[in-house]
Every structure is written in C-alpha cells, then in structure tokens.
Design a protein around this ligand. Structure first.
Ligand SMILES: [Zn+2]
Length: 108
C-alpha cells in the first residue's frame, strides 16, 4: 500500500476537518475545525481493546464508538442546531468514514 494510505488516513483525520470547517464556518473556521478534529477522540475506545492498536483490524464494527449505534448517536449530535454540536457530530461521522475507507483499502 505504501505511503498513500497513511497520508489519506492522517490527512483525512486531521486536515479535512479544518478544510470542511473553512467551507462551512468561514468566519470561525479555526475554532470549528478544532472541535471537528477533536471528534477524533472517538479513537479513545481503542483503549478498551486488546491489543490497543492492530493495523490489520478494521475499527468499524469492532470498537464501541466505531459501530452503527455510535454513528446514529453522532448523527443525533450533528442534528442539534448549535455550531459546536454540528462540528462535533459531523467530525465524528467523518472519522468513521475515514476509518471505513482504510478497511476497504486494506481489504478488511
Ligand atoms: Zn478511528
């Protein structure tokens, strides 16, 4: 897979939230981008898994905050009419999308 996947992974997790925030919340993009990037903390659920990190495991459907129930909860958060709730909920959903892309690229 080489370099493409890690670049897409970390770029997707840490750069795209700011780019998205810049498109949606132009005046306050840095603050909104920080909140959206903060949604990457859903990865804290990895601490519950053994081993904590396994490059050959698909996070989606495995970890507590990487399942469809969690995605539903993130969608509810994103539906709250507050900018920070939208940034957080959409950021978390985006995080799952990036992780899912990893699984597809790895054929997991
Ligand atoms: Zn993740």
């Amino acid at each position: 897979m080489g370099l493409l996947q890690p670049v897409l992974h970390y770029g997707g997790h840490w750069l795209v939230p700011f780019a998205f925030a810049f498109l949606v919340w132009r005046e306050d993009w840095l603050r909104a981008g920080l909140v959206a990037a903060l949604a990457n903390l859903v990865d804290l659920d990895h601490l519950l898994a053994v081993p904590i990190f396994d490059p050959h495991r698909c996070s989606i459907g495995y970890h507590l905050l990487h399942g469809w129930e969690a995605a539903f909860g993130f969608a509810l958060i994103a539906a709250v009419p507050r900018w920070w709730a939208r940034a957080l909920g959409l950021g978390a959903l985006w995080h799952l999308a990036v992780d899912y892309g990893d699984c597809i690229m790895q054929g997991l």
